[in-house]
Design a protein around this ligand. Structure first.
Ligand code: PEP
Ligand code: MG
Length: 608
């Protein structure tokens, strides 16, 4: 959305607002298509809320170990930032590196760390209180020095101590990082990194675009941004260097480019790109009512993924014939307590009713990986993440089977909502048959309890299916197909686990390749097992949302896709422009390749 003063600001930045700053172009990772122009909005960190102040003597060791963990985590974050500086021009590295070094030093055997430790031990205060008090005390002394003749250097050091104190407290309290409340309408949100729960707070009517220094193409932050339809570029190194709030910035989420302080000629070209994108969207919108059938009359199911309630109207307009993946995490994010059965049932029911008879596939909570949820931590339902490897830990179904009460409440809520329309239940992060069996026992128990209470329960029960998103699940697809009533292939995690590439990590984003032969074989294996066992199979990972992949996926035998709402018309267009014969020929060619580059050529050249 554009604010009234939007274009005015753009021209002001080079004229009335002081001497023009040079145009700067950066390249990052395209995360959500679309071009946006607007003033930079740098997120304001909310003040850290410290709820735990005093501790008992018996808690000293536990508190010291929390402090050590937060120090370690802060060091890791800063080292990561420092490593990424290597891609910047030398003069920019020269500006930022000393600052990061100063921060890192403060996390070593510094006065701040020593002081914080002694406060925990001697004054019996929590680690966050100790850090805050010590940082303020040191900064206070430095500021007092800064006030006299020596001046600036001490003041800067005081600010550095406060900054590192805030980082430590943030890591100790896991406070939500961002506040977007005071952003100017039509701004471009710029940040070092955005967590999925931060992205979930973005109002697309207010924030025109997003650019960050960190993040990968299929991380959950990118997925949420696509869900919201906010043009975004992630992982643009050097973005924050010298950037000032209010400067004009152009981001192109299709190309992955960021332009800071555009010259008038660049601004004109960018405005044209904004208009062209809007026209293309309008053209695709006209496909809404047309069926998703190939030129040789094969019908394909196109459904939408839902991660936030605000997407419902977009899904209704997209032409999707159901929800192929409802990521229920949204209900648990950005709140202090776990949602109860009634809240969940109401929320699912609203989705089911809005879909007016089209099926809704509700995935039970997939906690873990990058999806940190404060309410679960606060309730003591999840372990401390910091030192473990969260992607390989207690994620998805693993956590739910450890905390069966969570699963029971959610399944009950889903079954209650199922009275309003067709529903399917989806289990995340399954790796073995025993997990599906255990979940099914709970499912039946919950259904029986509901029946006993006199509540209506659909008969037969809504199908219980699984995400195939680990190589282990894909390779044991035959055994799993005997237990699960449907498969949903999660290519995002499948690619991450198959190739050992973190899906949200900028540094290895170039290795994250859904066209890797290993990925294609895992998909093929899964589809064939589903077909042998006659169970439905769909793809709901981001691969399904890329129309360039549609022919290949059709050629692999897939006939059901679930994507973000704005991708539905694009994928429909790809379906309507091809024949299954041609897709099979493409797939046959592709499966013979060993070189992913050649595979990319074949896929890109299809139909041309
Ligand atoms: C996937 O892994 O492909 C998937 C759809 O699940 P999520 O992105 O929520 O992990
Ligand atoms: Mg997944």
């Amino acid at each position: 959305m554009r604010s009234a003063g939007w274009w005015k600001l753009a021209s002001m930045s080079r004229t009335e607002a002081g001497p023009p700053r040079p145009e700067r172009r950066l390249i990052g990772i395209p995360a959500c298509a679309g071009v946006a122009i607007g003033p930079v909005f740098r997120t304001v960190e909310p003040p850290a809320v410290i709820t735990r102040n005093r501790i008992h003597a018996a808690d000293i060791n536990g508190e010291l170990s929390r402090l050590e963990t937060a120090i370690l985590q802060s060091r890791k974050q800063l080292l990561k930032l420092r490593n990424r500086l290597l891609v910047l021009p030398e003069e920019s590295q020269g500006e930022i590196a000393p600052l990061l070094d100063a921060y890192l030093q403060m996390l070593g055997p510094s006065r701040l760390v020593r002081g914080a430790r002694s406060r925990v031990q001697d004054r019996l205060v929590s680690a966050e209180t100790a850090v805050m008090e010590e940082a303020n005390a040191i900064a206070g002394v430095l500021s007092a020095v800064g006030a006299d003749a020596e001046g600036e250097g001490s003041k800067r050091q005081a600010e550095e101590v406060r900054e590192i104190g805030r980082r430590l407290v943030r890591n100790l309290t896991r406070a939500p990082f961002r506040s977007f409340a005071d952003c100017l309408q039509g701004s471009i949100l710029v940040a070092e990194a955005l967590r999925p729960s931060d992205a979930a707070l973005i109002d697309p009517a207010r924030i025109a675009g997003v650019a960050t220094e960190e993040g990968g193409t299929d991380g959950h932050t990118a997925i949420l941004l696509r869900a919201l339809g906010v043009p975004s570029v992630l992982g643009a190194p050097g973005l924050l260097t010298g950037l000032q709030g209010g400067e004009i910035i152009v981001i192109d989420g299709s190309l992955g480019s960021v332009l800071i302080n555009p010259l008038p000629s660049s601004l004109t070209a960018s405005r044209r790109a904004v208009d062209a994108f809007a026209r293309e969207r309008q053209r695709l919108g006209r496909l809404r009512r047309l069926p998703a059938v190939t030129l040789d009359n094969e019908t394909v199911e196109l459904q939408a993924n839902l991660e936030l309630p605000v997407e419902l109207p977009m899904i209704a307009q997209s032409g999707a014939t159901g929800i192929g993946l409802l990521r229920s995490e949204f209900m648990f994010m950005n709140r202090d307590t776990v949602p109860n059965e009634d809240e969940q049932a109401q929320s699912y029911r609203r989705v089911v009713e809005t879909m007016q008879g089209d099926p809704v596939t509700i995935r039970v909570l997939d906690w873990g990986g990058e999806k940190e949820i404060e309410a679960l931590t606060a309730a003591g339902l999840v372990p401390d993440l910091v030192d473990s490897n969260p992607a390989l830990g207690l994620r998805g179904i693993r956590l739910l089977l450890r905390q069966p009460a969570l699963l029971e409440v959610q399944l009950t809520a889903i079954l209650r909502a199922a009275a309003a329309g067709p529903v399917r239940v989806l289990l995340p992060m399954v790796t073995n048959v025993a997990e599906v069996q255990a979940a099914r026992v709970i499912y039946h128990r919950v259904a029986q309890r509901l029946r006993d209470s006199g509540a209506p329960v659909p008969h037969p029960l809504p199908p219980l299916g699984i995400m195939v998103e680990t190589p282990g699940a894909a390779l044991s697809a035959d055994a799993l197909a005997a237990e699960a009533e449907f498969f949903a292939i999660g290519t995002n995690d499948l690619c991450m686990y198959a190739l050992a590439v973190d899906r949200g990590e900028t540094d290895v984003a170039d290795l994250y390749d859904p066209l890797h032969p290993a990925m294609l074989r895992l998909i093929q294996f899964t589809v064939e097992a589903a077909s042998r066992h006659r169970i439905p199979v769909s793809v709901c990972g981001e691969m399904a949302a890329n129309p360039a992949m549609t022919p290949l996926l059709l050629g692999l035998g897939l006939r059901s896709f679930s994507t973000n709402a704005s991708a539905v018309p694009r994928v429909k267009q790809a379906v309507r422009s091809t024949t299954i014969d041609d897709c099979q020929r493409l797939t046959w060619q592709v499966m013979k390749q060993t070189d992913p580059a050649r595979t990319r050529e074949l896929v890109a050249g299809f139909g041309s």
